[in-house]
Ligand binder design. Structure first.
Ligand SMILES: C[S@@+](CC[C@H](N)C(=O)[O-])C[C@H]1O[C@@H](n2cnc3c(N)ncnc32)[C@H](O)[C@@H]1O
Length: 215
């Protein structure tokens, strides 16, 4: 991923500099961690941080078993709802769309058609690693939960999605690493009920669109 000019330094609040970008922690598949305490985050993940995707722990597989199948249902009502909302409000391609809580990337293809650049972020690195595989057209198997703690793995039948205008980062929606007024559209699908303080979330995200960063 490149250093986008809209990225904000979580330490200075100014634009993220080249040297801060060079010192950013990246996952083994090169997803940047724009979090205020990346070392704590990596410690909290333990071996999952740089696990091969076929050696993920139970909680990660359970999460993936829940969300990866969405990639196989591009016409699900929620996906269509986003498409029709964008059609209604953005008849031309915009410069930048940011998606908060993009997870495995079920809406990234839709967003990539509506913007010259898309930045998807999520606070959980593991689904982002799958989103990266998906948008670079790599194949992977999808875990299906059996009884108890067991999983079986099915090869996915997804059409390749090479999205050259989409970047992914690991970041927190409650401390979004973006400069004020930088995005044309901010999308958050099924995120609000995951965020503990709704008012703080909205004020920070509105700042991406309307200015004035609220701490
Ligand atoms: C219910 S899932 C929705 C995923 C996807 N947008 C969709 O519609 O299928 C919520 C996602 O938000 C992420 N999330 C939760 N809290 C977050 C936060 N504070 N910052 C960024 N992402 C967060 C979770 O890791 C998860 O991937």
């Amino acid at each position: 991923m490149q250093l986008h000019p809209e990225l904000r330094s979580l330490h200075t609040n100014g634009a993220l500099t080249e040297s801060e970008w060079e010192n950013t922690h990246f996952s083994s598949d090169a997803i940047g961690l724009l979090l205020s305490n990346p070392n704590d985050y990596i410690d909290s993940l333990g071996p999952e941080w740089d696990a091969d995707l076929d050696t993920l722990p139970f909680n990660a597989l359970a999460h993936l078993a829940r969300y990866l199948p969405q990639l196989q249902e591009p016409k699900a009502p929620l996906r269509e709802a986003l498409r029709s909302t964008l059609e209604k409000h953005a008849d031309e391609k915009v410069e930048l769309i940011i998606e908060a809580g993009c997870s495995v990337g079920a809406d990234l293809h839709t967003l990539s058609q509506k913007a010259r650049r898309v930045i998807g972020f999520d606070a959980y690195i593991t689904p982002l690693r799958y989103a990266l595989k998906h948008i670079t057209g790599q194949s992977f198997s999808i875990p299906q939960r059996n009884e108890g703690r067991g999983f079986s793995f099915a090869e996915n039948e997804l059409s390749p999605q090479r999205l050259s205008n989409v970047s992914l980062i690991c970041a927190d929606a409650l401390d979004p690493p973006f400069l004020p007024e930088c995005a044309d559209i901010v999308v958050a699908m099924n995120l609000l009920d995951n965020v503990p303080c709704l008012a703080m979330y909205l004020s920070k995200h509105q700042s991406n669109l309307y200015g004035e960063y609220v701490q």
